[in-house]
Each structure stands twice: as structure tokens, then as C-alpha cells.
Ligand binder design. Structure first.
Ligand SMILES: *[C@@H]1O[C@H](CO)[C@@H](O)[C@H](O)[C@H]1NC(C)=O
Ligand SMILES: *[C@@H]1O[C@H](CO)[C@@H](O)[C@H](O)[C@H]1NC(C)=O
Ligand SMILES: *[C@@H]1O[C@H](CO)[C@@H](O)[C@H](O)[C@H]1NC(C)=O
Ligand SMILES: *[C@@H]1O[C@H](CO)[C@@H](O)[C@H](O)[C@H]1NC(C)=O
Ligand SMILES: *[C@@H]1O[C@H](CO)[C@@H](O)[C@H](O)[C@H]1NC(C)=O
Length: 284
């Protein structure tokens, strides 16, 4: 069955239907990254999803399984999604020569577009903004980051804003994180703070801890922006997992490796989904 996409409060929710293929990267990619084993300091900094978010995706899952129109769930369904994208890159004055080039930002955008294309999700690069700013190059480490983000953010809730910063502490924040779709009825703050903040080294050709990145971190993070959870969500074999029926249960994750044949839930069908972008194997 084809993947279905829904928008709610003008924000696209991706819900890959029962029997659909989850966002999966090529196996060969996993092997390549596995060979480049790495720093334990990069993981996804996404916060746990809210109960509201879980209830929404659970409702979509139930409706899909029952063959009920998503319209009854208060969502519109579209066969394709085209998402406008704004990219902001920030470096500090000491490292201003490390400013990500327009070429690199475009190649990151191309990686993102390429990986989502099979699912009829396309992206439109609206503009890039490259800045030198000692405070904001720290991303979430800077107290004023949310105000900066709110001031810089462009478009509506269905617009993707990607921020790349050079000096965010990845021991605290991981390689990046995005906001999950939420209930915007709470006020404008939800929209103002919506978006993704990544460490700049995660772009194609970026280097950290001796490892060269391919831009796949952004693919993982944007999966969250579209509402996807980690494949190991719930950290056990019996919970709802990522709420997607054809994702094999996965109890635990391994970072930056390619654990072929790994089966953390041997009593459940399928091996661990190590080639799924929402796992931590491969680039994470
Ligand atoms: C869904 O389709 C409608 C009608 O074509 C369009 O106006 C709307 O922007 C689309 N929504 C998304 C999220 O792509
Ligand atoms: C810029 O970041 C580097 C670390 O990447 C740091 O050594 C330097 O002190 C920072 N400069 C300023 C002005 O904050
Ligand atoms: C993408 O769109 C094409 C053309 O409408 C359709 O045949 C295909 O099934 C869609 N793919 C997915 C994953 O929905
Ligand atoms: C940078 O951050 C410091 C400490 O939070 C603050 O005192 C200073 O005013 C900020 N500078 C700018 C240009 O925002
Ligand atoms: C498994 O995960 C679900 C959802 O996260 C939770 O409700 C349940 O208590 C967990 N079970 C165990 C045995 O940890």
C-alpha cells in the first residue's frame, strides 16, 4: 500500500501506511558508515514526543487500518507534499572562514530532497542565510537561541526551517534535533519555535571526530519534523514502538555502527530496522 500523507493545522504529518516501506536507506550506505566507526558524541537530541503527538499518530494509525478517511480525523490527505525550506547557517567570529558555503548548503538540500523523493515528498529551497554571530553560533547552548530562531524563522507551520550552527555542545544536544508536529492551538509560540537545529559538521563533507558526514543526519531529523519517531521508541519489544505497523520492534539502539542481523526483539517478527533512517545505525 502506498504511503499516505496528512496535513494537520497546515503541517504535513507523514504516516506511512500499514505494509508500506519505511524510510530506509540503502544497505550499502550503512556498510560504508559502519566502516567509519566513530565518536560516541553524536546522537539525535530530539525530545520525547508528547502524549498529544502520540494520540494523533495513534488515531491516524487506527483510521488507516480501518480504512476510514483521514478527513474524519480532522486532517487533509494529499498524495504529494511540497515543503518550502529556509536554511540559516551561523558561525562565530573566530571561525568565520568555516562558514558553510552556498554549495554545501545546496548539497545538503539535495541529499534531503533525494531521500524523501521516493515518498512523493518534495522540497523547495526558498533561500539561505549565512551569518557570523558569536552567540547564536552556539545554538541551544545560547540562552537567546529561541528568540533568535523565532526572529529568523520564515513561513507558516508547514514551512521547514533548518539551522546549522558550529558551536553547539553535542554532548548535551546531540548532532541535532527538530520539533515534532504539535497542537498549534496553544498559541503562536509553537509555530515560532518550529524547526530544526543541527550541528554544522553534519552537512555533506562535514567532519567531526575524524568522521566525514554525508548529510543523513538532517534526513533523520526532518523525519521527526514530519512526525516520525525513533524505531526503538519505547525501548522495549512490546510497546507501540514507532506506531508504524511494518517497523520491526527494536528494544535498543546502537550508534554509528552497522549491526547486520541484529535482533534486539528475538520473539517479535523481523530483524532490527538498522537501515531505517529513524534508527541510530549508519550515520544516526
Ligand atoms: C494539499 O493539497 C491542497 C490542494 O491541492 C493544497 O492546497 C495544500 O497546500 C496541500 N497541502 C500540503 C501539505 O501539501
Ligand atoms: C568560536 O568557536 C571556537 C570553537 O569552535 C572557540 O574556540 C572560539 O573561542 C569561539 N569564538 C568566540 C568569539 O566565541
Ligand atoms: C508517488 O506518486 C506516484 C504518482 O502519483 C504514485 O504512482 C506513487 O504510488 C506515489 N508513491 C508513494 C510512495 O506514495
Ligand atoms: C551575547 O550573549 C551574552 C551572554 O548571554 C550577552 O551578554 C550579550 O549581550 C550577547 N550579545 C549579543 C550581540 O547578543
Ligand atoms: C513498553 O513501552 C510502553 C510504551 O513506551 C510502556 O507503556 C510499557 O510500560 C513498556 N513495557 C515495559 C515492560 O517496559
Amino acid at each position: 500500500m502506498a504511503a499516505r500523507y496528512f496535513s494537520r493545522e497546515s503541517k504535513p504529518y507523514v504516516y506511512l501506511a500499514i505494509s508500506s516501506t519505511p524510510l530506509a536507506h540503502m544497505f550499502v550506505f550503512c556498510l560504508l558508515i559502519g566502516a567509519a566507526l566513530a565518536v560516541p558524541s553524536n546522537w539525535c537530541g530530539n525530545k520525547a514526543s508528547t502524549s498529544e503527538h502520540r494520540e494523533t499518530i495513534q488515531a491516524l494509525r487506527v483510521a488507516e487500518t480501518a480504512g476510514i478517511s483521514p478527513l474524519s480525523q480532522g486532517v487533509n490527505s494529499n498524495s504529494t507534499i511540497n515543503v518550502p525550506v529556509y536554511i540559516t547557517a551561523v558561525v562565530n567570529t573566530t571561525n568565520s572562514e568555516e562558514m558553510l558555503s552556498e554549495t554545501v548548503l545546496k548539497s545538503q538540500f539535495d541529499v534531503l530532497s533525494d531521500r524523501f523523493a521516493p515518498y512523493n515528498i518534495t522540497f523547495m529551497l526558498k533561500s539561505t542565510n549565512r551569518m557570523v554571530d558569536d552567540n547564536n553560533s552556539k545554538g541551544f547552548d545560547y540562552n537567546g537561541w529561541n528568540s533568535f530562531k523565532a526572529a529568523q524563522r520564515k513561513g507558516d507551520y508547514g514551512t521547514l526551517n533548518l539551522f546549522y550552527v558550529t558551536n553547539m555542545d553535542d554532548q548535551t544536544w546531540g548532532s541535532g534535533s527538530c520539533t515534532l508536529p504539535g497542537d498549534t492551538s496553544g498559541g503562536p509560540l509553537v509555530t515560532m519555535l518550529d524547526g530544526c537545529t543541527m550541528n554544522a559538521y553534519t552537512v555533506p563533507g562535514g567532519v567531526s571526530g575524524g568522521k566525514t558526514y554525508k548529510g543523513e543526519i538532517t534526513v533523520h531529523e526532518v523525519g521527526h519534523w514530519f512526525s516520525l519517531l525513533h524505531t526503538f521508541d519505547g525501548d522495549n519489544c512490546t510497546g507501540p514502538g514507532d506506531y508504524i505497523d511494518d517497523t520491526p520492534q527494536e528494544a535498543t539502539w546502537e550508534l554509528n555502527v552497522c549491526p547486520v542481523g541484529r535482533d534486539s526483539c528475538p520473539d517479535q517478527p523481523g530483524l532490527d530496522p538498522i537501515t531505517n533512517y529513524m534508527d541510530y545505525a549508519g550515520e544516526g
